[in-house]
Write a protein that binds this ligand. Sequence first.
Ligand code: NDP
Ligand code: A1CAB
Length: 269
Amino acid sequence: MKHVVGFLGAGQMAQALARGFLAKDLVGVDQLLAGDPSPASRSAFTDATGARAIDDNLEVVREAEILVLAVKPQYLASAVESVRSVITENHLVLSIAAGVPLARLEELLGNDRRIVRIMPNTACLVGASASGYCLNATASDEDAATVGQLLESVGVAFRLPESLLDAVTGLSGSGPAYVYLLIEALADGGVRMGLPRDVALSLAAQTVRGAATMVQETGTHPGQLKDAVASPGGTTIEGLATLEAHGFRSALIEAVTAATERSRELANR
Ligand SMILES: NC(=O)C1=CN([C@@H]2O[C@H](COP(=O)(O)OP(=O)(O)OC[C@H]3O[C@@H](n4cnc5c(N)ncnc54)[C@H](OP(=O)(O)O)[C@@H]3O)[C@@H](O)[C@H]2O)C=CC1
Ligand SMILES: O=C(O)[C@@H]1CCC=N1
């Protein structure tokens, strides 16, 4: 990709995306930069990527062709207002801010700007993100292809109607945190039953990875894969019955629902 990618906000997501793009050779170090007022975030960005991080958002916008708005939703308006005068029709602007709709981004930037709302997750760092994205009316099919290429370089990506982006946030944007909790709790269970901590954690993480890979690579419904693990009168069905009794499935459904609703609430920040 020949474009220079600039980030406003050099925090966790900017670092994860930038490292993902670099790992896939989508951009070189000299095609990346970030603007951030926080010295700690700037050094972390440069340590993580080798690329420049500066305390000058205007310079980032002037150099960038693809501009990624990677600040928290509550700082988005002030970050954009400070650089709005130098954002032109030549920029492709990507916002990763949870909950902030295209209509709000158009209010801040102008509806004649090419804007894409995206929702990746932190696993872009390891090339395993799960993303959704949607475009405003000014962005072109070529812009969609560029964003698709960027996001698919660091995982899977779906172009979706904007009405579904909050649900993407509730499921895969926030989802890594749910799975970390699952892995931690599985390891705790193993430790409770006598396994050494490092062995338990490794078994738990590999079990989650293996199960996810089975779903992706066999294309078999997870219910059928679950049935294949549970022998009649065996161990697994006891574990499954315990999870049902503690509301495991319902807890996950409610978690996605609550996070989606929170994303909707963030719309006007
Ligand atoms: N974390 C995640 O898993 C995901 C997050 N997102 C979205 O990504 C966005 C960034 O999140 P995350 O990376 O976690 O946040 P971080 O807090 O790690 O990074 C944001 C950075 O932006 C800086 N900042 C604040 N104001 C400005 C400004 N005016 N100009 C430039 N930089 C500024 C912050 O500095 P300071 O610390 O001093 O405020 C901070 O360093 C959020 O909108 C979030 O909704 C999307 C998907 C997943
Ligand atoms: O918790 C948050 O608000 C952000 C958005 C998705 C993941 N983290």
